[in-house]
Design a protein around this ligand. Sequence first.
Ligand SMILES: O=C(O)CCC(=O)C(=O)O
Ligand SMILES: [Fe+2]
Length: 279
Amino acid sequence: MQVQVVDYTAKDAPERFVESLRNTGFGVLINHPIKQEMVESIYKNWQTFFNSEQKHDLAFDPEKQDGYFGPEVSETAKGHTKKDIKEYYHVYPWGRIPAELKDEILNYYKMASDLAAELLDWVQEHSPADVAAKYSENLSNMIKDTPNTLLRVLHYPPLTGDEEPGAIRAAAHEDINLLTVLPAANEPGLQVQQQDGSWLDVPSDFGNLIINIGDMLQEASGGYFPSTTHRVINPSGKGSDKSRISLPLFLHPRSEVVLSENYTSESYLLERLRELGVK
Ligand SMILES: O=C(O)CCC(=O)C(=O)O
Ligand SMILES: [Fe+2]
């Protein structure tokens, strides 16, 4: 298993990228249009937010799911019993966003969503005919004007030594959505599971853009594109006193989009959120 690092500007980029998604559930882009200075500035500004008490005034809305999720409510991955060691903020353009962070984060949201639409066109174009025949509409159309795409700003705090035994920053899980766009975080730790069960570091050089398949695209493609299990492990040694910030954009279709005979986008999401215990 090899997660390919693909030059976005190369002629054969779409083909190589989609091949990596098909084989591993993951693909990594370099020379992509998301500016690294912007990502770094977001990491810096949201670190300040997570260090402040202001976050508690923006506690998440259980119905709408926007706002701040503290460590005590953060997710327990499907099939696990221990909560992840993380806190995070859910950004939706229609949701509450701290005023001083709003322009920058919404600008990022738009750029990353536009890039994701292009990448979904790559996936569409390189899906075999029998797989493409299963899509109820073009993949990029599924996310057009969607209010459901979620930008999660994640903060994994420095380790204190008081963590619950066995708890890790993000326990093994699959993403629920269609596709995830994730700039490499400011610290290592992201790993993907291979077919034999062993774990492989995702190439996470600063500036890399990591893309992975979520369960909804696995469902819509009849299993052709795998939603691969991944996790974020705890740092050891020097890294353990450092925060880690990451910024996954979870592409979610409009609620009424048909994924398969069994699910719409909305019914699929509801089922999964209930399993996670956040709905
Ligand atoms: O923090 C990361 O690098 C990945 C986070 C992740 O997999 C998730 O939030 O679904
Ligand atoms: Fe994930």
